[in-house]
Design a protein around this ligand. Structure first.
Ligand code: HEM
Ligand code: HEM
Length: 189
């Protein structure tokens, strides 16, 4: 059986990627804001390291997701969706893709350009630095990282709101087809 997405629903690899990345991004946003509140003491380095390692995990998953999305395609719009709505949804989805790459890349650049101590991925291996210490690049990367989260959160809020609106008000399959098929009685329409 093909693991690609069908005309009618997202298959499980797309769903696993969607929900795991969504949970990681929301958790990382909370952890990121917590970082700002923590005293800058070696006692809390592990929280920074956790944020950075989970952030790099999102980057790896996003690369996988983009490749998978290009290979596996997307279901057709839910029947009855006006063209403008489909266009707005597509633009929002691709904007989310861009921001979900921009966040971890800017974080990694910020870490690199700050000239901080070596970055270990979950204590497993040392992650290469993307640049030599560079205060201008460090400031730019931090601006992208700290403004980017608000852009991403605004997009996700609109996106999740639209999904719930489809489910509860429009009463169509938009949300159900991003959830396991076993939750839905009729998956063919
Ligand atoms: C950080 C959180 C989230 C991110 C980054 C995210 C990202 C995305 C992206 C990029 C797509 C397009 C699918 C693709 O082309 O790969 C998508 C689809 C979808 N998302 Fe999310 N999402 C998030 C949270 C949510 C939440 C909270 C909900 C539900 C309340 C949701 C419901 C959906 C649904 C139903 C689709 C399928 C839309 C369709 O079939 O047209 N997402 N999401
Ligand atoms: C999807 C991935 C990521 C998200 C959603 C995210 C989110 C955030 C947020 C919301 C903040 C707080 C910003 C502020 O105080 O204005 C933050 C701070 C930070 N992030 Fe990330 N981050 C991600 C990935 C990364 C990565 C991969 C790294 C490094 C390799 C990183 C390094 C940092 C550092 C060092 C700070 C603290 C800045 C400071 O207070 O000095 N982040 N992150």
């Amino acid at each position: 059986m093909s693991l690609r997405n069908s005309e009618h629903r997202w298959n499980w690899p797309s769903q696993v990627l969607h929900w795991s990345i969504a949970a990681l991004i929301l958790g990382l946003a909370a952890l990121g804001f917590l970082l700002g509140e923590l005293p800058r003491s070696p006692k809390y380095f592990w929280v920074y390291d956790l944020h950075k390692s989970l952030g790099l995990t999102v980057l790896a998953l996003m690369v996988l997701r983009l490749i998978w999305r290009l290979y596996a395609g997307a279901p057709k719009p839910v029947p009855g969706t006006p063209t403008w709505q489909h266009a707005v949804a597509s633009v929002t989805h691709w904007a989310i893709y861009i921001m979900a790459f921009a966040m971890p890349i800017s974080g990694w650049l910020y870490d690199s350009a700050s000239g901080l101590r070596a970055l270990k991925f979950f204590k497993l291996f040392t992650v290469p630095k993307l640049s030599a210490p560079n205060p201008d690049l460090k400031n730019l990367a931090f601006d992208i990282h700290s403004w980017g989260i608000w852009i991403l959160l605004a997009l996700v809020l609109a996106h999740a709101g639209a999904a719930l609106w489809h489910h509860f008000i429009q009463k169509d399959r938009t949300l159900m087809r991003m959830l396991p098929a076993s939750l839905e009685k009729d998956t063919t329409t």
